[in-house]
Every structure is written in C-alpha cells, then in structure tokens.
Design a protein around this ligand. Structure first.
Ligand code: SF4
Length: 318
C-alpha cells in the first residue's frame, strides 16, 4: 500500500504527524531545506525524532533539498554521516552530485529526488535513478498518463504531492524571489544563504502572489493588479486512482502550518486511504469531500496570513 508521508517542522509536529497515522515524516536539516529556520530542525532534534519514528516502526526522512556549492560539500557529508551513524537511512535531495556522492558513500540509503528537481517525464526519472535516487517526486502539474509511464518505464519509486502549491513557474527553477532579496550570509556552520533563493539556502517570498502590471509591447500598461495563477491544492478525488496506479508515496506538504492543522490533514488522508483500501466496492467520495471543505477553509486562513507576512518582508528588503 502507498506510504503516507507528511511534514514535520518541529519535534512537536513530527509526533503529531506520526501519531495521526502517517507512515513517514520528513524534516528539514537546518539551513538546507528551502524553509525558514523556525520550520527546520537541529541535528539533535532530528536524531531524537528519528528514534521516535523508529520506535513506532515508522520512517523519518531528512531533506537537504538545496543546491550546495563545492565548498559546502564537506559540511553536507559530515551532517549526513552523523545522521547515518544515528540510524537514519532516508534523505530528500535535489542536487544530482549530492545524490551520487551519498549513494556511493552509504550503500542502501533511500534517496528521494525532491519536487525541486522538476521531474516531468520518464527520461528525467531515469536520469535521477542513475544518479542514485530510489524514488522521485512528480512535478505538481504532472498528469496521470505521465505518472503511469514513469511507473512502467523508469523503474523508480513515484511520490505524489496531495497537498501542495502549484507554483506559477516550476518550483525548482523559479528565481523570482531573488530579485527582491539580494542579501547573502554564511552561517556559523559555514553554509551559504542567498536569502532570496530557496534553492541556495534562502526563501521563496511568494512574490508571484503580489499584484502585477501587465505591460504591452510599446511599454504601455495594459492591466493593473494582475494575479498570476498559483494555487494551493488538496487532492481527494484522485486518491483511489493514485493507489490503484501503485504510487509509492502520497505526500502532504505544509511544515509552515500549525501543528493541529497538519495533524488534521494527516488524520484525514489516513482515514481516506484506509477506507478505500479496506472496501473499494462500497467506497464513496462525497463524505470525504465535505470533510475536506472544512480543512481547506482552515488551511486558506493560515496560508493568507503566511503569504502576507512573506510579501511584506520581501518588499521591505527590496
Ligand atoms: S515565487 Fe511563486 S512561483 Fe516562485 S517558487 Fe515561490 S510560490 Fe513558486
């Protein structure tokens, strides 16, 4: 059966995720995972949380899904070695060089190629498999046909986001925030942080969600207040077909949401998956859609607040 994976932004969230029925939880190594430090975890917290996951027979996966410079590789290797020695075998990476090094250094580690890899077809999936990935995350807009081809042709695990944001651009290739935060610093461990680049240790400031002017070829303003498409979605209708297709992991993003909301999302998907798997014949989607509507309202309220904070921070800094 498909693994249910959800995000743990804090040790408290890790427990809520696992206690509400997730099979696995992912956490960000501090400075390395495309999120603000408050949603990432220190090494000791990660090791303790992994022990908790193992005590339940579950998995903790550590995200290092930024792109390191050569000078950052020794730090990457010393951190991953520390986690490996503590019994952690599961990692989420974006950088192909990092995948190749980690899979050679620690045979048997499970490496998931992050959504930031922008994997959009079976050839991409094969490429990441050759680099050392054991599983790939489907790009958010990927259709069922492409997923089927990856499952059939690439011979690598497939992970699908059921709660995430469909970026205006492709997530791993977006540089919009770097125009609004042009600061750079090195932290106490020697990790680079280009503050406007989530791919390089900074943040996405969701600048695509501000209001834009549309300018014509002659420089004239054609429209003001244009909103670019970028939606946060939940998949409900698709869960049965994803399970039937043999998707390996069903993933819920959302480290920046509150612990009760993340726990509620996990509980919802746990019960939905179990209900479908236990009785496919009499399974009906309608009650689940009604229940999801309440979760969407709560998520949207928290998302509006977070987006407003990020946007104002980016504009102040620009
Ligand atoms: S700025 Fe918008 S399109 Fe770019 S990564 Fe952030 S949310 Fe995605």
């Amino acid at each position: 059966m498909a693994e249910l994976l959800a995000s743990g932004g804090t040790p408290e969230m890790v427990r809520a995720v696992l206690d509400n029925g997730a099979d696995a939880v992912y956490v960000g190594a501090k400075g390395w995972s495309r999120r603000r430090a408050q949603y990432e975890m220190g090494d000791d917290q990660i090791i303790e949380s992994a022990a908790y996951a193992r005590s339940l027979g579950k998995v903790l996966r550590v995200a290092f899904n930024t792109l390191p410079a050569s000078r950052e590789f020794p730090l990457f290797l010393s951190k991953t070695e520390k986690f490996y020695k503590a019994g952690i075998r599961d990692f989420i990476l974006t950088d192909v060089g990092a995948m190749a090094v980690l899979s050679r250094r620690f045979p048997g580690v499970q490496i998931h190629a992050s959504v930031g890899c922008t994997i959009i077809n079976a050839e991409d999936a094969r490429f990441y498999k050759e680099a050392g990935a054991t599983q790939i995350v489907a790009e958010c807009r990927m259709g069922r046909e492409e997923m089927r081809r990856i499952k059939e042709e690439a011979g690598v695990g497939l992970e699908v986001l059921v709660h995430a944001t469909t970026c205006y651009t492709l997530l791993g290739r977006c540089t919009m925030s770097s125009y609004t935060r042009q600061e750079w610093r090195i932290d106490e461990e020697g990790k680079n942080h280009f503050l406007g680049s989530p791919n390089r240790g900074g943040l996405c400031y969701r600048v695509c969600l501000t209001e834009w002017d549309q300018v014509g070829e002659g420089g004239e303003t054609e429209a003001r207040g244009v909103i670019l498409p970028n939606t946060a979605y939940f998949l409900v209708d698709d869960i049965p077909s994803l399970i039937d297709m043999g998707v390996d992991t069903i993933k819920i993003q959302g480290r920046e949401y509150s612990v009760p909301l993340v726990g509620e999302m996990v509980r919802f998907y746990r019960e939905l998956i179990d209900a479908y798997v236990n009785d496919r014949r009499s399974f009906r989607l309608e009650p689940w859609k009604e229940r999801m509507a309440g979760i969407v309202r709560a998520r949207d309220a928290e998302r509006r607040e977070k987006t407003a904070g990020l946007l104002s921070e980016s504009l102040i800094a620009s």
